[in-house]
Structures are given as C-alpha cells and as structure tokens.
Design a binder for this molecule. Sequence first.
Ligand code: S3P
Length: 441
Amino acid sequence: MDKRIDYRIEPGGRLQGRLRVPGDKSMSHRAVMLGSLAEGTTEVSGLLEGEDVLATVAAFRAMGVAMDGPERGGMRIQGVGLHGLKPAAAPLNMGNSGTAMRLMAGILAGQAFDSELTGDASLSQRPMGRVVDPLAAMGAAITTAAGARPPLKIHGGRSLHGIDYAMPVASAQVKSALLLAGLYAAGTTRVTEPAPTRDHTERMLRGFGYRVQSAGAGVSLAGDGRLQACSIEVPADISSAAFLLVGASIAPGSDLLLEHVGINPTRIGVINILRQMGAELEIERPRQVGGEPVADIRVRSRALHGIRIPQEQIPLAIDEFPVLFIAAACAEGETVLTGAAELRVKESDRIAAMANGLQALGIAAQETEDGIVIQGGQLRGGIVDSAGDHRIAMAFAMAGLRAGGPVQVRDCRNVNTSFPGFVALARDAGLPISASADGNA
Ligand code: S3P
C-alpha cells in the first residue's frame, strides 16, 4: 500500500510569473482512444501523463495497440482500425477515472470479444447505469455489480443499432460513450443534451475525418465509417489552470500568466463565474490549435463578491466547483449554488467534502441536497480531508493562500490522476506548499 501524502501550506503566499499546466485530461483520453481505433499512426503532443490517462493507455496496450511514449507529452500510436482490437488477457483497470470507464464501455460494447472494466474504491462506487442503460438499448450486453456499479462485464459479439437518446443528465461522458458505440452501430446514433456539455469527442472525431452532425442540442453520427490517423496537439487543461486562476485571484499581490490553455466554450464556466464574482481575467492571444480554441490567460488579484451561480454555467464548470467554493469563501457576501446534484457523484461527494473542509477552516458553508450556500469570511488554519479526491486536495491547497495559519490537506496522492507535478509547479509560482508522506514533514 502506498503511503498517504499530505500537503502543508504556510500562509502569506502570492502567485506570480508565467507557467503552463499539464495537458487536458478529457482530450488526452480521447486522443489515445481515437488514435488506437484509427488507421495509421497518430502523433500526439501535450498529452497529460496523469494516472487517469495512463490507465487508458494501458488498456489499449493490453488490447494489442502499439504505442511509443508517453514521453514529455509526446506519443505515437499505431492505430489498429475500428475492428483491430484484441481481447485483453485480464480485466482492464481504469483506476480512478470515470471518463475512461464510461467511454471505454461504449467502445467495448461494439467489439467481437468479451471485456471487463474495473476501478479503484472511488470509481467502484460511481453510477454506471447512465451508460449501461442506453448502451443496452443499442443492443449491448453489459452486466454490473449491485446498484449498476462497476465492475462492468461487457459481452462482445453483439450487433448494435443506433438509437435516438435524450439524456436525462447533462453528461459529456454519456454522450461520448454513445457516440463511440455508434461507430459500431447500424444506422444513426443521435444524442440530445439537456444543456451543452464539453464537445471534445465530436471535435476530435471530425479531426479524424469522421462525419459528425450537430443540430441544435443534438449530435449524431452513422456507423460503419473509418477513422484516419492525424496529429493532435493537446492544450493545457483549463480544469487544472482553474486552481491557479482562483489562487491568483484571492492572494493579494498576485499576477500570473497561464500559457496555452484550452478555452473551448463548453469548458469556460470557471472564467465566466469568476468574472461575475469580480475577478480580473484577461484572455490573451486567442488562437485555434487543431480544432480547439486556445489562449493565454492573465489573472491578477482582485476583491471578489458572492453570487448566485447561473444554472447554464454548471455543466461548463462541472469540475471546477471545488476551487470555485474556495473563491466563494474568500468573497464578500453569500454565494449560492443549486441544481448541481451531479457534484455528489464525482470522484468524491464534492458538496459534502467541500462543506466539511470549509467548516474546518472556519467558513459558514451549508450543504443543500443539490448545492451549497457559502458565506465569505476569514479562513483560518486547520486540517482538512481531501476524501481521496484530486480536485478537493488542490482546492484546499489554494485556500492556504488566504488562511490565517497553516493548512494541512490529508490524502493528496490522487492529485497525480490529473495534475502530476502540482506541488513543484505551485511552489514555483509562489504557493508555500510542501508534501509529506503520512503527515511527517
Ligand atoms: C468529462 C466529463 C465530465 C467531467 C469529467 C470529464 C469528459 O463528466 O466531470 O471530469 O471527459 O467527458 P460528466 O460528463 O459525467 O459530467
């Protein structure tokens, strides 16, 4: 068993300079998946070498895909074509990654062979019915543990057919799983979303030469096409940049430039929400890189004020709420979030984990069924538990910038799932953070 890693943050830091955070996690998973299923060699740069993406890489290697790398974000994938995967010798362990498990379920449902997907303790508690049920409607045969939880046993050799599916939750993972299964289905697979969610699957499929149609809230594709290898440059992950955007906003004297950040309109809820709270964020040098918008983002500290978070921003900022709650704790007045029950089924119950941690640091934070109410105030030093969730750990690391005393964050190992090198990068930018095994300095 690996030793527990704790963070300790001393008060009084500020963030300065220019830096580039690691590659986008959503795009990295998709680059590995589509590169593996394409015909020819796909070259990827900027790939996130976090544990979640490495689980996807290992899964395709186990199914016979040859890949060089990843090395410093570079990877060469020898695609085997849509029908070239081979059965893995053992269950595929997707670690902590909900994205990997749900998207893989879509791909594996269309294979000629059986597969099994497993995960760590957190992933094993996450709901899979949201992909298993519509995949079954397409003709897939998938069995789960009680309560539609992992492991997923996916029976191959089924013929899939397209469906017209109106998603009950706004989920890019569900949309993507169905579109990926649709590559193997007879006829057209159409997914309609209740609110816009990240569209990296659609964009990247088009980059691989696949015809994908978007009309209003619906996206569709027909099966039986092919993917042509291409090169993909993965920009820095706005979900990782978010910690530093908030950190620099709340720490007086900060002035930070985050380079080459993906600013896809389906991902910029954190920018929209922070600006509404009064943050000073400037988008510099906006450009297009491989079908995705990218820019540098400059952030300077500013007094923030509480807001009611607009409903339409929720799917656009779905992974950024832990750190947005830290912004709310440092803001003048009250911040209210409703309609965000999805946060309870992420890598942890993020509403409960954040409310507990904020209370431990002296902030009035009241959980509701589908959200939270936070009164801005003075953070004090203390001990908080990350609940084994990478984004809770990094959010409370940023809280240390405004706390009256040292903040200790417990159980931070899973930061490696999305942001390898976080401690060194944040320290270089001016966060007085150290990491220790089992709480020993
Ligand atoms: C992701 C979609 C989101 C997000 C997750 C990554 C993706 O999940 O929370 O971290 O890559 O498609 P949902 O689509 O389930 O909201």
